[in-house]
Design a protein around this ligand. Structure first.
Ligand code: TRP
Length: 454
């Protein structure tokens, strides 16, 4: 057992760390596209409702388990439901973030590779076909992506081994404000490009006819993913929040930052995409093909501006990915330290070895291991699908059921008084309790089925 547990310094630093986990590739490569494709401003309203009515209660449920027990995922279940099958939820949520970390680190590595390129050769391919094949060649060539994957994971290891306060908290305290500054700078630049107005229209033009049941399920799924729910990371970070902190305020702050960042990212990316006269897309293609193409086009006019913007952009991606990755890393470290009595450094090394190996297999699955298929998916694709579509949703569902139906109501209620230091608000708790017990489980099952059919 860890003798002395570390804590985040205060509410704001806790929010920064949680927002660090939440804000990541999901905000940059998926949200803007979904908004544009699914009804613009109309979708944003639905998304906001999904965040507040669904994801916030799930976030709070997960956070309450960590905050109440001041333990990592497994220890929390052992404390609240000793000797029961709930320990499997504790174990599941150790495994889920580590699998995510393994392939997330591969994409983090690509971003380092592209950052390196924006410093050195820059982006010159003026033709989208050439950009696409450069990307395909880069990720397939075995050694370079492996090297960058190693670098990315080493970066995580260094930060996490420095501890919760001097590592994770400090890194987020510096990086998160920087991330917001960077994305705003990129947005201002992007909006200044001729032809950018079409990108703004793409994001804002309300089209209520696109708000179909499947669009609503997509909004729920996106807010679930974007807030890193169901993976034990929210639980683990919340276990480092002081007893007398207000969990509801922390949750609201995190949701607000996550949403704000996603919106700014949309206005940073889509106007540039439209100014360059290309079709928007989502996923890795947006970051590693569309944008390098835009940088090359811009570079033809004013080379140095394009290089600067490319560097800023890939710094943003790498930093956003790092702040998410360390939150996954910490879940495994907390488990090994608390449950297995390992020193922090030993735990960091073990997690490194495990996730590096699985990540290396994911990385190689774009090249030499491309023909190794699991359920028809490459190793990378399988890890992604397994976690995003199944393990996270399943973990989220179990947390919701645990807090809503198994934990004593009085204990949950107590979490709404900041350890007894603030008055209890019956209406807010009542709304939370209803959403948690009835709305969230049904909604998660809907997301689950939608994912399954997709
Ligand atoms: N929320 C992160 C993003 O938007 C991705 C993510 C999904 C995640 N699940 C997670 C991060 C679990 C940490 C832990 O990119």
């Amino acid at each position: 057992m860890a003798a002395q547990r570390e804590h985040f310094g205060g509410r704001f630093t806790a929010i920064l760390a949680l927002a660090g986990s939440a804000i990541g590739l999901g905000n940059i490569w998926r949200f803007p596209y979904m908004v544009g494709q699914t009804g613009g401003a109309a979708f944003i309203i639905i998304y906001l409702a999904a965040c507040l009515l669904l994801s916030l209660p799930i976030f709070l449920a997960e956070a309450i388990v960590g905050h109440n027990t001041h333990s990592g995922t497994y220890g929390a279940m052992e404390k609240l439901a000793p000797g029961t099958k709930w320990k499997w939820l504790g174990l599941l949520t150790v495994v889920t973030p580590l699998v995510i970390l393994s392939y997330y680190s591969v994409v983090g590595g690509w971003s380092i590779g592209y950052l390196w390129q924006s410093f050195t050769a820059g982006f010159r391919d003026n033709e989208i076909g050439a950009v696409s094949s450069a990307y395909a060649n880069f990720i397939a060539a075995p050694w370079r992506p492996l090297l960058f994957h190693t670098l990315f994971l080493l970066g995580c290891a260094v930060i996490v081994s420095a501890g919760v306060k001097s590592g994770i908290e400090k890194f987020n305290k510096i990086t998160m404000p920087l991330l917001f500054v960077l994305i705003v700078v990129i947005m201002v630049y992007s909006l200044s490009l001729p032809g950018s107005a079409a990108g703004v229209a793409y994001l804002l033009k309300p089209d209520f006819s696109r708000i179909t049941p499947s669009a609503i399920a997509a909004a729920m799924g996106q807010s679930f993913f974007s807030l890193s729910l169901g993976a034990g990371t929210i639980l683990t970070y919340a276990s480092y929040i002081r007893k007398d902190e207000n969990i509801l305020a922390t949750g609201l702050g995190t949701v607000a930052f996550d949403l704000l960042f996603a919106l700014i990212a949309g206005f940073a990316i889509m106007p540039a995409v439209f100014a360059a006269g290309i079709e928007p897309g989502a996923g890795p293609g947006l970051i590693f093909e569309t944008l390098p193409f835009i940088f090359a086009k811009m570079g033809a006019a004013v080379p140095w501006v394009s290089s600067v913007v490319a560097v800023l952009f890939f710094v943003t991606i790498v930093a956003a990915a790092l702040t998410s990755a360390i939150s996954m890393y910490e879940v495994g470290v907390a488990f090994l330290v608390e449950q297995r009595g390992l020193s922090r450094h030993k735990a960091v090394v073990l997690i490194f070895l495990g996730t590096w190996t699985l990540g290396a297999l994911c990385s190689l699955s774009f090249g030499p291991l491309a023909d190794t298929k699991i359920f028809g998916q490459t190793i990378f694709g399988f890890c992604d699908l397994l976690t995003s579509n199944f393990l996270m949703t399943f973990g989220g569902l179990l947390f919701v059921l645990f807090v809503g139906w198994k934990m004593p109501k009085a204990v949950v209620r107590d979490e709404f008084t900041a350890g007894g230091t603030e008055p209890f608000n019956k209406a807010i708790f009542g709304a939370f309790w209803f959403l948690l017990r009835y709305v969230a489980p049904i909604a998660i099952v809907v997301i689950f089925i939608t994912n399954f059919l997709a």
